[in-house]
Ligand binder design. Structure first.
Ligand code: MCN
Ligand code: MOS
Length: 764
């Protein structure tokens, strides 16, 4: 079992506590290659699976000729729609029953190009790959719908729960002295984590062990248990290191089912790693979106009404909703608002979650539109945002817990030098470079699900923290060590954190940027309980040197127990444990409400998202906020866009580790720059196939694309949001980056790009 132990020395002792800038504890293992990722585990008797994907987008597999593959060297098994083991349908992530009928990991009906339709298992990866190429599939092809622009796409299906309104938006829009109406679009975007999805599945009798990267060990384990109709306790999922997920590693997927089926049929452990091209269709990324936004305002720029209609693509089989009204509804104090949304089924894999699903494209719409309004009425883009500042949640009509967006605008503008901006488009240049300055805001809700943690103090005076929650790079190991160190009074170097194993105390999904708040809360509670028990022993144990002290409390600092007034006696935890002959002191605690501690509620809490509280529950509206200020340089001749400078000010409440939070923010901003300028899944209409399905053609931002990024924290502790005062960090920073860049590009060039990414062809 992997324990993460801090090795590197760090500056100041307090760095080890909450709020300290401790470096990532998992960093050295990841950088030096000693971290073992799921597919790197060495398992005796391992065999290798490779999937074959459909080359049509719609139709039926009429036959699969596997004879050549079966006769190929080393081949052990070929799975096709003819012999795939039907699995039970599993409960959805929302906690609702899964689709009717069995779950077929290799279905005969083809609903998108790139769907797994066969798999080959062989003694080596090379043999499996070679044999997979020999499989001949015959299809009966049907007409497909390739994308939102396909004339066959239609209007789609309204999603009633997305409908929002206040006031009379249509009437107020019609009466508004100033009106603008535009359509904004975002393309299909992909998670492209550097570690591709992969799995090793091994059966021992009716127990299944899975080495698979996971953002949600307990949720995924539940799917496997239900698919194979075995008890949840029989699934062991192991995922100590994850090479990024960005939303794509939270759910069990068909290729995982294929590996587990093959392992069961063969009685051998099976490894299946999807290839980079397959990562584009083995699961979905962010769906393409389109939204019309109509803004009505006074001539002074005060918003009177917003009317929004959004659509996003989904698959033929699944309902994926990318909530386009999420930011629009709350960013500005507009009295009249209406928003509705449709989803349009297409021949694509069911879209999934990608960093800030909903908020991200929502902000692209509203934060571009408000900028357009600023030019229309002739006021500064920052001023118009302050003019329409929402002092309370305009949709829920309740106070914000904290909203330091005004402070973010002020701090960002100051650091950026916004006051020196020349207002007119195309008015700033350096030689052939047109310079543009843009601003946009972003927000992300604080989501809350109860958690659980074990904290154990050992005989040698060190401590352990254990949880089935995960660290995919965001810093969970580090902040949980800091939480335990601070509460226990033990140096952080002596705290080990164990994560990523379903055998450990349970945890909900590491999604929706909730994990840091909920897990620091659970560890804090468990550590307090362990510390209280240790102090209780020191006060009451017959062998304790503190027994005859006139005190009812003790302090622990730097691993030493002492009385609060005099320093005598003082004894290290290790010596104390030896004196009283105790092996360990441990506490398992959860943050479940009293009425939800029963077995079924507890199970659902950790294995579905049913218990996740909306940000408006509890009387306050809980959100993180940010403001991005961008400078772009656009080459007048070539239309190339470079982000040359960027300052972002963010309010995530209290930061548990500012170094890591800043790194999260920079990472999200970098993804936002990629989204603004580079990322787009290109679909060939003839085959409804994503054609740039590799990192050579699907461009993400690289170092050369990224300038120095200044990030400023403007948050204050928010104890409505979480026990320890933090708000959401992980997804916030990407929200608002693309519109800030689009706004800067308009300022530079006078061209408004409403269709991401902003490529040179659109500017020339
Ligand atoms: N943090 C902090 N103070 C707070 C809150 C958080 O210092 N008040 C820091 C901590 O280092 C914490 C990190 O920020 O570990 C992220 O915390 P949080 O916002 O709670 O997000 P989660 O831990 O739930 O992580 C998930 C989130 C999501 S949903 C996506 S998508 C995303 C993201 O994190 N994917 C990532 N950041 C990622 N970072 C990396 N490296 N890889 C991914 O795949
Ligand atoms: Mo993040 S997209 O909620 O995993």
């Amino acid at each position: 079992m992997t324990f993460i132990t801090p090795k590197a020395k760090h500056g100041d002792a307090s760095d080890g506590n909450l709020g300290g800038r401790l470096s990532r504890l998992d960093g050295p293992a990841k950088i030096t290659g000693s971290a073992t990722y799921a597919a790197e585990h060495q398992i005796d008797g391992l065999v290798y699976a490779v999937t074959v994907q459909s080359t049509i987008a719609a139709g039926v597999v009429t036959s699969v000729d596997a004879s050549a593959a079966e006769a190929s060297p080393g081949v052990l098994l070929v799975l096709t729609p003819d012999n795939i083991m039907p699995l039970k349908s599993a409960t959805t992530w929302a906690g609702t029953p899964g689709p009717e009928g069995p779950f077929l990991a290799l279905p005969r009906i083809v609903s998108f190009n790139g769907q797994h339709i066969a798999a080959v298992v062989a003694e080596t990866l090379e043999q499996a790959t070679a044999a997979a190429a020999l499989i001949r599939v015959t299809y009966e092809e049907k007409a497909h719908v390739y994308g939102l622009d396909d004339p066959k796409a239609g209007e789609g299906v309204p999603i009633d729960r997305m409908t929002m309104s206040r006031g009379d938006a249509v009437k107020a829009l019609a009466e508004a002295p100033v009106r603008i109406e535009q359509e904004y679009r975002t393309p299909r975007e992909y998670n492209v984590a550097i570690e591709p999805h992969g799995i090793i599945a091994r059966w021992e009798a009716d127990s299944l062990t899975l080495w698979e990267p996971s953002q949600w060990i307990d949720g995924m384990a539940r799917s496997y248990a239900e698919w194979f109709d075995i008890p949840f306790e029989n699934v062991r999922m192991i995922s100590p290191y994850i090479g990024g997920g960005f939303g794509s590693k939270a759910l069990s997927l068909p290729h995982g089912a294929v590996a587990a089926i093959a392992a069961r049929m063969l009685g051998k452990p099976v490894k299946l790693v999807v290839t980079r091209p397959q990562t584009f269709t083995a699961y979905g990324g962010r769906p393409a979106t389109r939204q019309t936004l109509a803004l009505g305002a006074t001539r002074e720029g005060k918003l009177l009404s917003i009317v929004q209609h959004g659509v996003n693509e989904t698959s033929m089989l699944g309902v994926a909703v990318e909530p386009l009204g999420s930011v629009t509804a709350i960013m500005y104090a507009v009295p009249n608002f209406s928003s509705r949304q449709n989803i349009i089924p297409l021949n694509t894999v069911t879209p999934g979650a990608l960093r800030a699903p909903g908020e991200n494209p929502s902000a692209f719409g509203i934060e571009s539109a408000i900028d357009e309004l600023a030019y229309e009425v002739g006021i500064d883009p920052l001023q118009i945002r302050l003019l329409n500042y929402a002092e309370e949640d305009p949709q829920a009509k309740i106070p914000w817990s904290t909203r330091r967006l005004r402070e973010a605008f002020a701090a960002g503008a100051e650091a950026f030098g916004w006051s020196k901006r020349s207002p007119a488009p195309r008015s700033m240049r350096e030689g052939k470079q047109l310079i543009g300055w843009g601003v946009a805001a972003g927000t992300y809700p604080v989501r809350r699900t109860p958690g659980e943690a074990l904290v154990r103090i050992l005989a040698d005076g060190t401590a352990e923290v254990a949880s089935s929650s995960i660290d995919m790079g965001q810093g969970t190991y580090t902040i949980l060590a800091q939480t335990a160190a601070e509460v226990l009074g033990i140096p952080v170097e002596q705290v080990r954190v164990k994560l990523g194993d379903s055998a450990l105390p349970r945890a909900p999904v590491a999604g929706g940027s909730q994990l840091a708040n909920l897990m620091t809360g659970a560890v804090h509670k468990a550590a307090h309980a362990a510390r209280d028990e240790l102090i209780g022993l020191a006060l009451n144990h017959p062998g304790s040197p503190f027994l005859d002290q006139q005190t009812n409390t003790l302090t622990i600092a730097d691993g030493v127990i002492s009385t609060p007034r005099s320093e005598q006696p003082a004894i290290s935890i290790a010596d104390f444990m030896r004196v009283i002959g105790q092996e360990k002191v441990e506490a398992l605690r959860d943050t479940l409400p009293e009425d939800k501690k029963n077995t079924q509620d507890r199970y659902n809490n950790f294995t579905t998202m049913m218990a996740m509280k909306p940000p408006t529950e509890g009387g306050y509206s809980l959100h993180s906020w940010c403001a991005h200020f961008v400078e772009v340089r656009v080459d007048e001749d070539f239309g190339t866009v470079r982000v040359s400078r960027m300052v972002s000010a963010l309010d995530s409440g209290r930061l548990y580790n500012p170094k890591l939070a800043e790194s999260q923010w920079r990472g999200g901003i970098i993804m936002g720059i990629g989204q603004a300028l580079l990322e787009e899944g290109v679909v060939d209409p003839r085959y409804a196939r994503v054609i740039n399905n590799n990192l050579g053609d699907y461009l993400v931002a690289t170092n050369a694309d990224i300038p120095d990024l200044q990030v400023i924290s403007v948050g204050v502790p928010d104890h409505h949001a979480s026990v320890l005062g933090g708000k959401a960090v992980g997804e916030l920073p990407i929200v608002g980056v693309a519109p800030a860049i689009a706004n800067a590009v308009f300022h530079a060039t006078g061209k408004r790009i409403r269709d991401l990414p902003i490529t040179l062809d659109k500017l020339l």
